[in-house]
Design a protein around this ligand. Structure first.
Ligand code: SF4
Length: 485
């Protein structure tokens, strides 16, 4: 049977579809970030139901029961949530089936994204095809997505939170040839063997394919997919039969960064531009404040005055080095309870950041954006914020500019990659090892479902993780000093 999610997977890659159906055990388990995104999507769906008062929630646990119940309820001509429609060998579950005119229906698909995407149109065109095959008359197709400009003020207002866009024309255009596409994909899933799956850009979009590790396994260490400069260059080299960075012929033009990468891969050396690093380090003025925020951006805003997906800081770590020979002093803040943490964070930062000296962050644009968002809510801090921004220094700079590069970094200059490469120390022993994991862990605590024991453990993990980010920056600066001295 072909469901709408399988149809989307099949459009992306027939091999992926075949494995999903015939060898589902080969699909890796969903990672914590994907699970979180699904949970956010579910919550968004619940709010969207409020747009259709009097709607009926059809139980989803039992596949056949959901379909049978939908059949019965269609006669009531009320909005139906999670209506299951089966037509021969195809099946879909419609987020909202809303009665229109006497005998027609509107399909409303709810997404937690903030704009219309092609993949959503394909998704809805399959639903329309399936509904019509089952004998339903469809009047319009709509997409409900999050209004990124919505600002919470009191209770969530679903009419303001969502944008409902009529996508009927796009669906109509995309539906051309759907009969053949569905027939082709039904044939794929009935085949005894998986279709050949040549890798390509389709492995990355519209969704990162879960089988990438498997299908891309044949690539060598330091493959051309580790080359900076975007997918177009990488796939162009791949199509010319070049797999390894070291095998890129000299007559193929490369950017400065790509040439550095090739040199490092071929020689095994680390690339260090001493003069440029010294120039960067000369900007640092004591006392040095190493700052890192952790933030979470819920689809449904939690605090008044915030927008969907706005980064709300809940934690910071600050290491202060007064003078060159001083031991670093550590300060940290982690919000407690469910209250808006922003006023307290600003209060603490103002107290700790002093009035002079460099404030060092890694990928400082994030910290600057968080500060901007904080001051939007608390404008009395505007002058203070201006002073802080003038003192910010981005430690990402020497790495994004390739003043330091090691082939072990691959194609990234992220702190998670750079710290172990430069200092030999990393995040392996940590229960939380990435910013997104930190925000998910905090979000779970916020839901109020965690036990006291879990809260204590997660809080300790969060403090350890955020603290390593700032302590790690001290080690990196020390190492840059040593290398450029
Ligand atoms: S990794 Fe690429 S080739 Fe392999 S199944 Fe996924 S989309 Fe297809």
């Amino acid at each position: 049977m072909l469901s709408k999610s399988k149809y989307i997977s099949g459009l992306q890659c027939p091999k992926l579809l075949w494995i999903l159906i015939n060898q589902p055990e080969s699909i890796p388990e969903l990672d914590i970030v994907t699970q979180y995104i699904f949970a956010q999507g579910h919550l968004v769906g619940e709010y969207a139901k409020q747009l259709f008062p009097g709607g009926i929630d059809i139980p989803q646990n039992d596949f056949m029961e959901n379909i049978a119940e939908t059949k019965k309820l269609l006669a009531q001509r009320k909005p139906l949530f999670e209506a299951g429609i089966l037509a021969g060998r195809i099946y879909c579950r419609v987020d909202i089936l809303n009665p229109a005119n006497e005998d027609k229906w509107d399909i409303v698909e709810i997404k937690s994204g903030t704009s219309v995407k092609d993949v959503y149109i394909n998704d809805v065109s399959f639903q329309k095809y399936c509904c019509e095959k089952a004998g339903l008359k469809i009047r319009t197709c709509k997409l409900g997505f999050i209004n990124s400009q919505y600002v919470k003020n009191g209770e969530i207002d679903p009419k303001e939170l969502f944008i409902l866009e009529d996508i009927s024309t796009h669906v109509e255009e995309t539906s051309h040839g759907i009969e053949e596409r569905v027939a082709d994909l039904l044939e794929v899933l009935s085949n005894k063997v998986a279709p050949d799956g040549a890798i390509g850009k389709h492995c990355l979009a519209p969704y990162e394919c879960p089988l990438q590790a498997e299908c891309w396994r044949f690539l060598p260490e330091n493959s051309i997919f580790d080359l900076r400069g975007g997918k177009t260059k990488q796939f162009s080299l791949y199509e010319q039969g070049i797999l390894s960075i070291k095998d890129i012929p000299d007559d193929i033009p490369l950017s400065r960064q790509q040439r550095i990468q090739k040199k490092c891969v071929m020689t095994g050396d680390v690339h260090v531009e001493k003069k440029e690093i010294r120039q960067f380090l000369s900007k640092l003025q004591y006392p040095l404040y190493y700052l890192d925020f952790e933030a979470f951006g819920p689809a449904i805003p939690i605090y008044d005055g915030t927008r969907p997906y706005q980064d709300i800081p809940f934690q910071f770590s600050l290491h202060v080095v007064e003078r060159e020979e001083s031991e670093p002093l550590h300060h940290s803040f982690l919000a407690e309870g469910t209250e808006d943490p922003r006023p307290q964070i600003l209060h603490e930062l103002k107290r700790l950041l002093g009035s002079g000296g460099s404030i060092i962050a890694y990928n400082a644009g994030f910290e600057e954006g968080v500060l901007e968002g904080l001051v939007e809510a608390l404008p009395e801090y505007t002058d203070w914020r201006d002073g802080i921004l003038a003192r910010m220094v981005d430690l990402l700079f020497p790495f994004s500019k390739f003043h330091y590069y090691s082939a072990s970094q691959k194609d990234t200059a992220s702190l998670k990659k750079v710290l172990p490469v430069v200092t030999g120390k990393g995040y392996e022993e940590m229960n939380i090892g990435a910013g997104m994991h930190a925000s998910i862990a905090y979000g779970r605590m916020m839901c109020g479902n965690a036990t006291e024991e879990e809260i204590t453990r997660v809080r300790a993990d969060l403090i350890k993780y955020c603290s390593l980010d700032t302590e790690g920056m001290i080690w990196i600066v020390d190492e840059l000093r040593r290398l450029s001295g």
